[in-house]
Write a protein that binds this ligand. Structure first.
Ligand code: KIV
Length: 298
């Protein structure tokens, strides 16, 4: 990174997308494209590409901070990344993911922490995990004027209760529960719901029954929109790649290639070359040498 700003960054001039944009897209049958983002340069690139929404997901615990799962992520870690994303993205709808234990203890705590995402994190909406057990919290947060995105199916914050990162809703009983949860979350005021890792036919059925848009991840093509973890689709997360991820780049390999080339250049003194160095005029240089030799002669 250079600390000298050559010029201001090109900015997206598209108007800010809102939860109304989500609703209109569903009404028109236009798919919604969402990705996660955790930092300023990625947010800038996502925004300039025309993404509808950026989710500052608590997946950052795994793909950015290297934690084993999303459980240790704190609200302050989330807010730190939310602010960076908000600085880079001027057009996408910005959604902050409420981390584990920031909304489960009480409804008051849920509303207060959701408010922090807007006031301190500069987000426009929050997301939280869970179905019927979250209805009261969703209702209270929405009543405070904060748009809420739901998240059902595979909910990573419940990984210990679910017994691992496994697809959900593959039996009649579990599928019916997910279906009912979706209806309850819509009724509680969610503006959209993430459906993670559930059978495609169940996700399609839910998407048809709801008036709010569904955003699928590992839930087939019948959802109203799609989301992926940006590090997964860019090939930046090396630990595992879920089956549903399509890789659009291999940036881990590209980073390694660049790092190896840099090390080789430094070792061989190929870098920095003349064009990377600061110039000084011959006249100033001669004056300096003259002054130094005078001082040395004293
Ligand atoms: O944290 C996250 O990135 C998410 C998405 C997988 C939906 O919740």
């Amino acid at each position: 990174m250079s600390t000298i700003a050559p010029e201001s960054h090109p900015r997206s001039s598209a108007p800010r997308k809102t939860i109304q944009t989500f609703r209109q897209k569903k009404e028109r049958g236009e798919p919604i494209a969402m990705l996660t983002g955790y930092d300023y340069p990625t947010a800038l690139a996502l925004d300039q590409a025309g993404i509808d929404a950026i989710l500052v997901g608590d997946s950052l615990g795994m793909v950015v901070l290297g934690y084993e799962n999303t459980i240790p992520v704190t609200i302050n870690e989330m807010l730190h990344h939310c602010r960076a994303v908000a600085t880079g993205a001027k057009s996408a709808l910005l959604i902050g993911d409420m981390p584990f234990m920031s909304y489960q203890v009480s409804t008051e705590q849920a509303v207060q922490n959701a408010g922090r995402f807007l006031q301190e994190g500069k987000m426009s909406a929050v997301k939280l995990e869970g179905g019927r057990e979250r209805v009261e919290a969703v209702h209270a947060i929405v009543n405070a004027g904060i748009p809420v995105m739901g998240h059902i199916g595979l909910t990573p914050q419940s990984i210990h209760a679910l017994g691992g990162f496994h697809p959900q809703g593959r039996t009649t009983t579990t599928a019916k529960r997910i279906y009912e949860d979706a209806l309850l979350l819509e009724e509680a005021g969610c503006f959209s719901i993430v459906l993670e890792s559930i059978p495609a036919r169940l996700a399609e059925l839910i998407s048809h029954r709801l008036t709010i848009p569904t955003i699928g991840i590992g839930a087939g093509s019948g959802c109203d929109g799609q989301v992926l973890v940006v590090h997964d689709m860019l090939g930046l997360f090396d630990r595992f790649t879920p089956k549903f991820v399509k890789r659009y780049a291999d940036l881990h390999a590209e980073m390694q290639r660049a790092f190896v080339e840099y090390i080789q250049d430094v070792v061989a003194r190929r870098y920095p070359a003349g064009e990377h160095s600061v110039e000084m005029s011959d006249s100033e240089w001669q004056l300096l040498l003259g002054e130094l030799s005078e001082e040395n002669g004293k």
